[in-house]
Design a protein around this ligand. Structure first.
Ligand SMILES: Cc1ncc(COP(=O)(O)O)c(C=O)c1O
Length: 521
């Protein structure tokens, strides 16, 4: 066996040598460069991919489920620069060195797929979405034309159709974007285009002062979009919210009238379904009444809260969403499709998206192609190259089914409820408000402050507690949890429950750990 394998190997080497010799003999040289044959060593490349995949499997995927592993291995930037070999040199590195680098990159990266990563509005590992991502990373498609991305364009169409059904529209259109912020910007521009279609050719000059309305609790992308689009942040009128962070419809009505009196042109209301910090849902039905009355486009930023639509129990949080003109919804948050996976959905079915955004590039969107060019949907996007993000969500939806997705949302919200009840029971923990969704906002009050009167000194001292606990948890690597000051409230923790890997035990751990890390403060 061995000898025949050996002689087979030698024969292979001989034939390789012969091939190289032949190539050299027939070499075509241009500017001293031999052009015969490929110069990639595919065998060695394949081996590198195989070895790297093994590292990913062991160091990321398998450890992702293990609570005994660290969430992060904190290093300050200057030290991390020294620990990682970041310099790019004139000569390439050998594979062994590159594999070691892969290990280092993973080691010092935050494990957002760890059950105790609670820092952001996304978390955990979804194996199906991950495989979808591997496939698309390997295939490297760009979703603009059917000829380049036949499968992924059909997948996007199928996913958008189902998302539109969940919103409650009979028909609609949409596009996947790199982020909810971008979806909000798309919606703002689309609403403006609907209001004054000439803008596409004539630009901003000659337009009245356009004004849009959104709540004080909206995502910061509203301001960014207004400045980017030339609307101006001063023309974003922020509507007062109630104690739970919901837009007050009567205040919206007042502000629309104020804008009219000022001679401005109100054109858009951006409601939020699931605010970033408090997880509040604006009263969409009442807001839709006002939009209808004044002829305003209603956009709902459901980037975070849209996933509640998958749950029969919780979809009432978005009651009235079917009356929106556009909706931003990020499956990469609560539904755990890999980042980024964000759809902008539009109720209009008159090709408004395409009319607004198309540039009709004749080298890409030729109208005389041999197939149905209505599938070349890329011209609805402001991007040229675009990733097949819908595929990540499609794969998860296929694997779990609608009921599995619903279960995921229900469980996350049940765990949030459990945590709220525990916070209420424990000494030293104080809820900011009863949550509606998966954001649980609370203070930890160390024993030294528990008997202090709630005056300026108390709040000043409390403000300093969360940052210190955060520093300690990161240096220990035990968990990651966000904190922030918010609209007059001193620093508080915001716990976000998403992943089905998270259990009741992790909720208990979270509170025990905060107490352990902060009891001496
Ligand atoms: C309510 C809301 N809208 C928009 C966004 C922005 O989404 P992205 O991070 O995908 O740009 C966020 C992000 O957390 C959000 O909470």
């Amino acid at each position: 066996m061995n000898s025949s394998a050996g002689s087979g190997g030698e024969m292979e080497v001989d034939s390789n040598k012969q091939e190289i010799f032949q190539r050299k003999r027939n070499a075509v040289l241009v500017n001293g460069v031999i052009l015969n044959g490929p110069i990639t060593d595919s065998k060695s490349g394949e081996k590198f991919v195989e070895d790297a995949c093994k590292i990913i499997m062991e160091e990321v995927i398998q450890k992702a489920a293990d609570v005994t592993e660290k969430v992060c291995e904190w290093q300050p930037p200057e030290k991390l620069k020294k620990l990682l070999d970041l310099e790019m040199r004139d000569t390439g590195e050998p594979h062994q060195k590159l594999l070691q680098l892969c290990q280092d990159i993973i080691r010092y990266s935050v494990k957002t797929n760890h059950p105790r990563f609670f820092n952001q509005l996304y978390a955990g590992i979804d194996y199906y979405s991950l495989v979808a991502r591997f496939i698309t990373e390997a295939l490297n498609p760009s979703v603009y034309t059917y000829e380049v991305s036949p499968v992924f364009l059909l997948v996007e169409e199928a996913v958008l159709k189902r998302m539109i059904e969940f919103i409650g529209w009979k028909e609609g259109d949409g596009i996947f974007n790199p982020g909810g912020s971008v979806s909000n910007m798309y919606a703002m521009n689309l609403a403006r285009y609907k209001y004054c279609p000439d803008i596409k050719e004539k630009g901003l000059s000659g337009l009245p002062r356009l004004v849009l309305f959104t709540s004080e609790e909206c995502h910061y992308s509203m301001n960014k979009a207004a400045s980017f689009l030339g609307i101006g942040t001063q023309n974003v009128y922020f509507i007062t919210t109630d104690a739970r962070g919901k837009m007050i419809p009567e205040e919206l009505e007042k502000q629309v009238q104020r804008a009219r009196k000022e001679g401005a042109a109100p054109f858009l209301v951006c409601a939020t379904a699931g605010t970033t910090v408090l997880g509040a849902f604006d009263p969409l039905d009442k807001i839709a009444d006002i939009c209808e009355k004044h002829g305003l486009w209603l956009h709902v930023d459901a980037s975070w809260g849209g996933s509640a639509l998958m749950s029969r129990k919780h979809r009432k949080l978005l009651h009235g969403i079917h009356r929106a003109d556009s909706v931003a919804w990020n499956p990469h948050k609560m539904l755990m499709a890999g980042i980024q996976c964000c759809a902008l959905l539009v109720k209009d079915n008159s090709d408004l998206l395409k009319k607004c955004y198309s540039a009709k590039a004749s080298y890409l969107f030729q109208q005389d192609k041999f197939y149905d060019v209505s599938y070349d949907t890329g011209d609805k996007s402001i991007q040229c190259s675009r990733r097949p993000d819908a595929f990540k969500f499609w794969m998860t939806w296929k694997a779990l089914g609608t009921t599995g997705l619903e279960e995921r949302v229900n469980r996350a919200l049940a765990l949030a409820r459990y945590l709220v009840d525990e916070i209420k029971k424990r000494e030293g923990f104080q809820l900011l408000l009863e949550p509606e969704y998966a954001n649980i906002c609370f203070w930890y009050i160390p024993s030294s402050l528990r008997k202090m009167e709630e005056g300026p000194e108390f709040w000043e001292k409390l403000h300093q507690v969360a940052p210190v606990i955060k520093e300690r948890m990161m240096k220990k690597g035990s968990m990651m949890l966000g904190y922030q000051p918010h609209r007059g409230k001193v620093n508080f923790f915001r716990q976000v429950v998403i992943s089905p890997q998270v259990s009741r035990e992790d909720m208990d751990f979270l509170l025990d750990e905060i107490d352990l890390l902060g009891r001496d403060l």
